[in-house]
Every structure is written in structure tokens, then in C-alpha cells.
Design a binder for this molecule. Structure first.
Ligand code: NAD
Length: 454
């Protein structure tokens, strides 16, 4: 008898399994495909591997000469990029298997089918295991809807990693996180990219000034961006896709050799999970301890249909594990960082300017990357750090960064928001010089009307 059976070996599931084991519990983890889930195999890790290659290629092309480095015949070989990607994925997967083994988690490869609230069948082994608790960590799948399901071979993010040659042109539907990361990759390698975004601007969950900076960067690579635009019709003729779009006052026809649909993901809730009779809305509903409407069943990660991010799934896995082990731990979503590996990167946490309700209560300061000395040494000038603080208390409420290394630097804001730190406290913390973190320092000082470098 297991203390917990975890279904799904993505970042939520495997982290939860390890934590449960660390807490002295007997754990089974069942994975029907590859350990590591979407993130490790067709998400975070492979995209970051190919984007790192694309960023390096851009840097060599654009900066080598300016830095006095002679490079001739700069080029790339897609198979080499894909090899680097596969190696990163395989190493990550092996690492997870090693960690599970080290922590004595019983890992079963096979399809899990829940028989009742304490029994799970591992289909290919025809074996039923019993557990006091079940953790649902089935993840999510890409959304695809009409008209995109009416033509053959439309790509979702899962398919891009199987490509053996670069398309000459690509239409990317959806200018969200996946759309922008792939637009960055393809355009850096010279593919003709068109982004079709239905919302007011690309990256609609971020502030408008973020999307303006990223548009500037993408347009350098000749990316065509259509906002407030919908694809009405799509067909495939003479080896290319033809998309009829309607924008605000304009109809357009776009042609592309490939179409990538990146319009969001939906929770993967199979029939055996539905048959349990759990409360389901957009995804499986849980309380703050990640417990579902059935007492011994927990749900973590994308299957909840809430914030679909690997780092949120991991944290939910940890919180669920502690609750199963008898500790009391609740989820706190006040400081969830969001990160985009565009070039430059984007990262944000907490309150956004577009969501401010009472302007009187807050103060905003924006410090530009162009005023940062370290950025100058790197020949980087696009971007900013924007801080939103409470006017009276000075507490940091939100931080948005567009800058190289934004995805690493956002942690300063995460800690500040989580622990209620003020702009004064952060400005009073010595930031190393010369580093990109001084863009944040400038913004914190600005909240105090004491910005020195601008
Ligand atoms: P998303 O929600 O980030 O973006 C979807 C975009 O598609 C939005 O901009 C939306 O307005 C647009 N859209 C929706 N319907 C459309 C239509 N009919 N025509 C044109 N545009 C349309 O979703 P995603 O980019 O598919 O990513 C899926 C999930 O994976 C998200 O939760 C995302 O946060 C996560 N993810 C995270 C990272 C990261 O953390 N770096 C990377 C990749 C994916």
C-alpha cells in the first residue's frame, strides 16, 4: 500500500513524488510517456535549448565585429541545433530518473487508469496498485480549434521539435508566450515570420509598453505583426497555407509554408478522472491545500486549468506533498513570476500597470536599460525595469523587466513582493556594479525620487 500514487511525471508530479519521499512516505509515480512531461520534453527545456542557439547566432552576427572579434562565414546547421536540443532534453530526463531512484520513488511507465479512490491500474502491466492518496498531475494539451483543425499538418508547439528543416516562412497564430518565443527563434534564423494576435497587442497578459519593446526587437528581424486580427479561413494550396484574416478595418491574405497554432493549452482530464465525480470547472477544482472535492485526491499543475507554468506546478507539488504528509501548507499565488525567453527577455511579478485600480494609491517608476552601464558594455539598449509601489508604505506591488537576463533578475521582485519589502529597503541593498541588476536599483531609487543614474 502506497501513501500516495502520483499520476503524471511532469514537473508537478515528479517534484511532489520526491518531496513526499523526503517526508518519509511511500510513493508511486506513473508516467505514460516520457518522464519530465511537457516541460522537459516538448516545452521549457527544448525551447530554451534552441533559443540559446538562436540568441548566440544573433549575437555573433550582430556584435562580433563591434567587439573586435573576427568571424567569417557565420552560418548554422539546423541538425546541430536539434542535436543540442535533444542532448539537453535527454540529460534532463536522465537527471529526473536519477533523482527519483535516489529518493526511492517507485516509477512505473504505463498508462494509469483510476479504478476507484484508492486503486489505480497500470494498463500495460495489467497491475493494480493501492494508495491512501492520489495526486492528479496529468498536465495539459495544446488547444486547437476551427478553422485550424480543417487543414492538414498544422503545427502545435509539440510538433516544432520534430522538424528536420526550417520552413521558408511561418504564420504563428497567437502572440502569447509560446508564439513570441518561437517567433524569436524562427526570425533569428532568417525565417519569414508573421504573428496573428487576436488581442489588443502581443503578450496581452503583460503591459502595453512590454509588447512595444518586444515588437521593436522582433521587427529588427522583419517579423510582421498583426494585432486585433483573427484568422477567418485557412486553406492549403500549392504547397503553402493561405490565411484570410480580418483586422480592425482591414482584411488580409497571408501565405506561409507552415502554420504554428499557439493559442493556449487546456487541462488534460481523461475519462477515468471525470468518472470520479470531482468538481471540474475550467480544470480540476481544489482548495488552497490542493485537495479536490474528494478528500484523499489532490490535483496539481496544468490539470487545474489555472496558472499553467512549470514553476507553479512544482510548487503546487510541494504544497500537496506536505499536506498529504500531515503538515498544514497553503498555496500563495501573490508572487508568481512570469517569464518569456524573447530577445531581450521579459519577466514580471505582482501587479501590472494595466491592472492598477486606484492610481492615487500607487507610484510607478521606470528605469531604462539604455542608462545601465553593464548593458552598454553588452551593446544592449532595448528594455526597462518598471516598479509599482504602494505610495504610502513604499511596499513593492509589482515589477516588470524587459532586459537581457530579465528571467533571472525577476527573483528580486518575487522575494520583495512575497515578503512585503519596500522600495527603500531594496534601494538600500548594495547592488553589484556593473551589473544588469542596477536597472532594478535605478527603478527602486526612482520610487523614492532618488534615482541617480537618470
Ligand atoms: P498564452 O495564453 O500565453 O497565449 C495565447 C495567445 O493566443 C494570447 O495572446 C491570445 O490572445 C492569443 N489568441 C487566442 N485565440 C486566438 C485566435 N483565435 N487568433 C489569434 N490569437 C489568439 O498561451 P500559449 O502561448 O499557447 O502558452 C500555453 C501555456 O504555456 C501558457 O500558460 C504559457 O504561460 C505556458 N508557457 C510558458 C512559458 C514560459 O514560462 N516561458 C513558455 C511557453 C509556454
Amino acid at each position: 500500500m502506497y501513501d500516495a500514487i502520483i499520476i503524471g511525471g511532469g514537473p508537478g508530479g515528479y517534484v511532489s513524488a520526491i518531496r513526499l519521499s523526503q517526508l518519509g512516505k511511500k510513493v508511486a509515480l506513473i508516467e505514460k510517456s516520457l518522464i519530465g512531461g511537457t516541460c522537459t520534453n516538448v516545452g521549457c527545456i527544448p525551447t530554451k535549448a534552441i533559443l540559446t542557439a538562436a540568441h548566440l547566432y544573433t549575437d555573433i552576427k550582430e556584435k562580433a565585429k563591434k567587439f573586435g572579434i573576427n568571424v567569417e562565414n557565420v552560418g548554422f546547421d539546423l541538425s546541430g541545433i536539434m542535436k543540442h536540443m535533444s542532448k539537453s532534453v535527454t540529460m534532463s530526463r536522465k537527471g529526473i530518473e536519477y533523482l527519483l531512484k535516489k529518493n526511492n520513488v517507485d516509477l512505473y511507465y504505463g498508462k494509469a487508469i483510476i479504478k476507484d479512490t484508492t486503486h489505480v491500474l497500470i494498463e500495460n502491466e495489467n497491475r493494480i496498485i493501492e494508495g491512501r492518496n492520489i495526486v492528479l498531475a496529468h498536465g495539459s494539451i495544446p488547444t486547437i480549434f476551427p478553422p485550424f483543425d480543417t487543414v492538414p499538418n498544422i503545427w502545435t508547439s509539440d510538433d516544432v521539435f520534430k522538424m528536420t528543416e526550417l520552413p521558408e516562412s511561418i504564420a504563428i497564430i497567437g502572440g502569447g508566450v509560446i508564439g513570441i518565443e518561437f517567433a524569436t527563434f524562427f526570425s533569428a534564423l532568417g525565417v519569414n515570420v508573421t504573428i496573428v494576435e487576436i488581442a489588443e497587442h502581443i503578450l496581452p497578459y503583460e503591459d502595453k509598453d512590454v509588447s512595444e519593446e518586444i515588437k521593436k526587437a522582433l521587427k529588427k528581424n522583419k517579423v510582421k505583426i498583426l494585432e486585433k486580427t483573427k484568422v477567418e479561413k485557412i486553406s492549403f494550396n500549392n504547397n503553402e497555407y493561405v490565411l484570410k484574416t480580418t483586422g480592425e478595418n482591414k482584411e488580409e491574405t497571408i501565405t506561409a509554408k507552415k502554420v504554428l497554432v499557439a493559442v493556449g493549452r487546456k487541462p488534460n482530464i481523461p475519462d477515468d478522472v471525470k468518472a470520479l465525480g470531482l468538481k471540474i470547472e475550467r480544470g480540476i477544482v481544489t482548495d488552497k491545500t490542493l485537495k479536490t472535492s474528494i478528500d484523499n485526491i489532490y490535483a496539481i499543475g496544468d490539470i487545474r486549468g489555472q496558472i499553467m507554468l512549470a514553476h507553479v506546478a512544482m510548487y503546487e507539488g510541494i504544497v500537496a506533498a506536505h499536506n498529504i504528509a500531515g503538515d498544514k501548507k497553503e498555496m500563495d499565488y501573490t508572487a508568481v513570476p512570469s517569464i518569456i525567453f524573447s530577445n531581450p527577455e521579459v519577466a514580471s511579478v505582482g501587479l501590472k500597470e494595466k491592472d492598477v485600480v486606484n492610481q492615487e494609491e500607487i507610484k510607478i517608476f521606470k528605469f531604462p536599460v539604455s542608462a545601465n552601464g553593464r548593458a552598454r558594455t553588452m551593446e544592449e539598449r532595448i528594455g526597462f525595469a518598471k516598479v509599482i509601489a504602494h505610495k504610502e508604505t513604499g511596499k513593492i506591488l509589482g515589477l516588470t523587466i524587459v532586459s537581457p537576463s530579465a528571467t533571472d533578475m525577476i527573483m528580486e521582485g518575487v522575494i520583495a513582493i512575497k515578503y512585503g519589502l519596500t522600495a527603500e529597503q531594496l534601494a538600500d541593498s548594495i547592488h553589484p556594479h556593473p551589473t544588469l541588476t542596477e536597472t532594478l536599483l535605478g527603478a527602486f531609487e526612482g520610487i523614492e525620487n532618488l534615482a541617480i543614474h537618470i
